[in-house]
Design a protein around this ligand. Structure first.
Ligand code: HXC
Length: 514
């Protein structure tokens, strides 16, 4: 055979395998509103940057007639490419080939690209669209998942790991996404569950649809398994690219730097927060009043909305924001918001992203439900995460900072590097009303006019404690600033913290209250 013929043969073979499960299966995929695995990869990566590996890998199964079966690429595509010119490793399960089910060679392809990502210290993007463990391959499929989970854990904190759920992700398969840093879901397309509707029906006798059980909304709003929710695959791909623009490629380098720009002109920061501490406002407006170009990329927007987490830029560099949301439950900390914030703080810390905390909360949420749901255990996570983090940590107290909430939201005592407070800050064990009712209960009860005395005592307490000056007199806050100085103070604090270098006692690792 001449070289020319060899090349023609190669091209023909490639075309054949790249057809995946064939026209009929591809049509079925399209009829479900889904792109193919290859289309997805090409839509995420920079144009013409994708290079595929292991195209000709074949499955090795022999049981249940598998010997006769040709499964192109063994149901998964792996390769490398770039996003914004920076390299990434990627895999996409191909549902058109045996339902994207995971057998031994399928798993080996995934673990190969995972190892590559770790070696090269580049982000890993995994697109999940699969019927789960390939039933015909028995324990080899289970072994494959185990090898993936192990690598997810090994890679954690070294390279960013991104999971995109674009079809079913069932059974133990859900645990790879759960071990990764960011999970993307798309309305009507993503389905994640441990046991499907048919098992639930046979074991529990309950009827439930796949969508109600583990659809995109369920994971974005209720379980907290998903970090980003999109209406279409295209929107999801844009979200992935935006995320990539904010995060470093690995734990040893900084994220891409952008041209610094001021926030957009608009509402003045001092007009956003009502002086009356009972009136809510949207903390996102504060974030947008201080970030470059007023841009803010929110994470887990629909889960535990009483806390806000996400990335913005200041002076062109990525900053992680953790902020109470007074608009929802007055911004209290509870089990879910503690989990949400704690994991994000650990992400920022692992990837050297400075954390800015914006505080306005009445404390931890009281009540039997919360106590029994484990608010002690979950609430401890945020304390642990902030205490452990060694990245620059800056706090601004805008209004309320009561009780455990004051300590938890990156207080000086958990080693904040800078704590600033607005003159409207109220730093106290609890709100003036609650405090007056407890401390002066007897006097109020015995007074001729209890209501007047109550108001008097509330006022007294406010004068004494519900301000930033007592905390400032102890050095617990570094400076009381005017709202309009917020951005410039944070920028200065970030600049000063650029070479921050601290270390704790030597240990193998701590034992966070997982
Ligand atoms: C082998 C599978 C498969 C699987 C799907 N297929 N799942 N083959 N092993 N796990 C094949 C189908 O036989 C079919 O082949 C093709 O993929 C497309 O599947 P359909 O059923 O026609 O598609 P659809 O109607 O869209 O339904 C999708 C589905 C369903 C809901 C995912 O296929 C399904 O319920 N699959 C089984 C899910 C499951 O129980 N997986 C095991 C979970 S346990 P043909 O040749 O007909 O086109 C698990 C353990 C992991 O994953 C543990 C790790 C620790």
């Amino acid at each position: 055979m001449s070289l020319k013929n060899n090349i023609l043969d190669l091209r023909k073979r490639k075309r054949e395998v790249q057809k995946g499960g064939g026209d009929k299966a591809i049509q079925k995929q399209a009829s479900m509103g889904k792109l193919t695995a290859r289309e997805r990869i090409l839509a995420i990566l920079d144009e013409k940057s994708f290079h595929e590996y292991d195209l000709f890998v074949a499955h090795s199964a022999k049981d249940f007639g598998m010997e006769e079966m040709v499964l192109h690429g063994d149901g998964v595509i792996i390769g490398t490419g770039t996003i914004f010119g920076k390299p990434v490793c990627i895999f996409a399960q191909d549902f058109t080939v045996a339902g994207g089910s995971l057998g031994l060679m399928h798993a080996r392809k995934i673990t190969k690209i995972m190892d590559h990502a770790l070696k090269m210290r580049v982000p890993l993007i995994g697109i999940n669209d699969s019927g789960g463990a390939r039933i015909q391959e028995g324990v080899n499929s289970l072994a494959g998942y185990g090898e993936i989970f192990f690598r997810n854990t090994l890679n954690s904190g070294v390279i960013p790991q991104i999971s995109v759920i674009l079809g079913p992700c069932a059974g133990g398969a859900v645990y790879s996404p759960a071990l990764t840093d960011f999970v993307f879901v798309v309305e009507n397309i993503s389905k994640m569950f441990i046991t499907g509707p048919s098992v639930i029906k046979s074991v529990l006798g309950e009827e439930i649809s796949m969508e109600e059980l583990g659809g995109a909304k369920v994971h974005a709003e209720i379980t907290g398994n998903a970090h980003f929710y999109a209406l279409t695959e295209q929107e999801c791909f844009e979200q992935i690219k935006t995320l990539i623009s904010f995060i470093p490629r690995n734990n040893k380098v900084k994220a891409m730097a952008f041209e610094p720009k001021p926030p957009r002109r608009g509402t003045k920061i001092e007009d956003i927060v009502p002086v009356n501490p009972r009136i809510p406002y949207d903390m996102r407006d504060i974030i947008k009043a201080i970030t470059d170009g007023s841009e803010f990329f929110e994470i887990m927007e629909h889960f535990a909305p009483n806390i806000i987490i996400g990335f913005g830029r200041m002076d062109g560099n990525t900053v992680g924001f953790v902020a109470n949301q007074p608009k929802v439950l007055a911004g209290v900390l509870d089990t879910d918001s503690s989990d949400k914030a704690a994991r994000f703080i650990r992400y920022c810390d692992a990837f050297n992203i400075p954390i800015v905390t914006l505080e306005d909360l009445p404390g931890y949420l009281p009540g039997v439900d919360q106590e029994h749901a484990g608010v002690i255990r979950h609430g401890a996570k945020i304390l642990y995460a902030y205490s452990e983090a060694t990245v620059p940590k800056i706090t601004v107290i805008l209004r309320k900072a009561y009780g455990g909430g004051y300590i938890a939201m990156n207080s000086r005592h958990l080693r904040a590097d800078f704590v600033f407070a607005w003159p409207t800050a109220e730093i106290a064990v609890m709100g003036p009303e609650g405090a007056a009712n407890i401390v002066f209960r007897k006097e109020i009860a015995e007074a001729e006019d209890p209501e007047t005395l109550r108001q008097q005592k509330i006022e007294e307490y406010k004068q004494k404690f519900a301000n930033p000056f007592v905390a400032a007199s102890q050095g617990y806050i570094d400076e009381i600033i005017e709202p309009k100085e917020t951005r410039s103070m944070i920028l200065h604090a970030l600049k000063v913290s650029e070479n921050k270098d601290i270390s704790g006692p030597s240990k193998k690792h701590g034992i966070p209250p997982f």
